[in-house]
Design a binder for this molecule. Structure first.
Ligand SMILES: [Fe+2]
Length: 353
């Protein structure tokens, strides 16, 4: 573990809090799309198909003799995508995606001349426990992206801090709509993982933060009444959608059965807008013309040389991209840890009494 590397993870500028991220009309149209085009899948469903896989990537240890079920590892937050690359999926949200105000905010945040909208997605949930250990969002490099590179290599490249020259510059505007009284905010570590956490607390209605979440540890706070944070009977196929019996309510459903109903005032809605930035015309041209891309072979050679320099003894892998021992080794070497000073979870008064 190379803990000192984690101190490099500070955003390009302090998070900038804004209010009224979307107009009330935009917010209504966003919610309209969420109601009309759902139901939506669990975030967990994007990456996992069994509860064992979840444990393997989080705590790593399976309790002896225990039969794992989805209920034991479930994190009931759901996600939908509103755009990909330059394409907005819903014409009624084009002004939200091709958003001049947001483009200007992230350009100023970075001190960059050009920005291109990239990510547009939402998370939607009722009551949940804390959003896992603080994490960094995945990043990409000129020439190496999710399209051609496995996630473990992209993550290792980011954590090693050896590839900043090629790393994409990204900025996000993350907005929240949550009227609940318990938790539901956002914790982040703008001064590095050993610094003080910054808490952006709910209730929030269109409050947003301009950030660089690839370079700043962060996570969602627990939200809602403790007793409602673990709806039972869920599965990886569970969905979140509009409650047909309540014009503003929501429901979680599994195999055709309702697990939990969520009134509008308990629903937490996060809208994540992200852009890619280019410092100046030269950097934009270099990116679009691919004149300074990195490839997997170069990246792996840089990592291998760095590990040798750090005195790590290992056999030269013949096919590092598919060598499971090598992949495990880089995972261990570039495990950089993260914040340990996590603010206490918000719990409801009933639970405290
Ligand atoms: Fe994140």
């Amino acid at each position: 573990m190379i803990r000192e590397l984690s101190e490099n993870f500070r955003p390009v500028a302090p998070p900038q809090i804004i209010e009224g991220a979307y107009s009330e009309d935009q917010h209504q149209r966003l919610l309209g799309v969420v109601r009309e085009h759902g139901p939506w899948q669990l975030i967990l469903a994007e990456n996992f198909s069994t509860p064992e896989e979840v444990i393997a990537t989080t705590s790593g240890a399976l309790p002896e003799g225990v039969q794992l079920t989805w209920d034991m590892v479930m994190y009931p937050v759901f996600r939908g995508y509103l755009a990909r690359a330059g394409v907005c999926y819903y014409p009624e949200l084009e002004d939200c995606y091709y958003n001049s105000r947001f483009l200007s905010l992230v350009r100023d945040y970075w001190g960059c001349q050009y920005a291109e909208p990239e990510t547009f997605l939402f998370n939607i949930q009722g009551a949940t426990s804390i959003g896992g250990h603080p994490h960094l969002d995945g990043t990409v490099f000129r020439g190496m992206t999710m399209e051609n590179t496995p996630l473990w290599l992209l993550m290792t490249m980011a954590k090693s801090c050896l590839f900043r020259r090629w790393q994409a510059k990204k900025g996000q505007v993350i907005a929240w709509y949550y009227q609940g009284k318990i938790g539901g905010g956002f914790n982040c570590w703008p001064d590095g993982p050993s610094g003080e956490p910054l808490q952006i607390n709910a209730p929030m209605w269109g409050r947003a933060v301009v950030v660089e979440n690839e370079m700043m540890f962060h996570h969602g706070q627990a939200s809602g009444p403790v007793a409602r944070r673990h709806p039972t009977g869920m599965d990886i196929t569970s969905t979140f959608g509009a409650d047909p019996e309540d014009p503003t309510g929501w429901q979680i459903k599994t195999f055709g059965k309702v697990n939990q109903k969520i009134p509008a005032e308990e629903m937490r809605f996060l809208v994540h807008w992200g852009a890619r930035l280019f410092r100046d015309f030269d950097e934009l041209k270099k990116t679009l013309d691919h004149t300074d891309d990195i490839d997997a072979e170069t990246a792996l050679n840089i990592l291998i040389a760095d590990m040798r320099e750090r005195g790590i003894v290992f056999e030269e892998p013949g096919d590092p991209m598919n060598d499971r021992d090598f992949i495990r080794l880089v995972g261990q070497v570039y495990d950089i840890g993260g914040p340990t000073n996590i603010p206490p979870d918000a719990v409801d008064e009933q639970q405290v009494a």
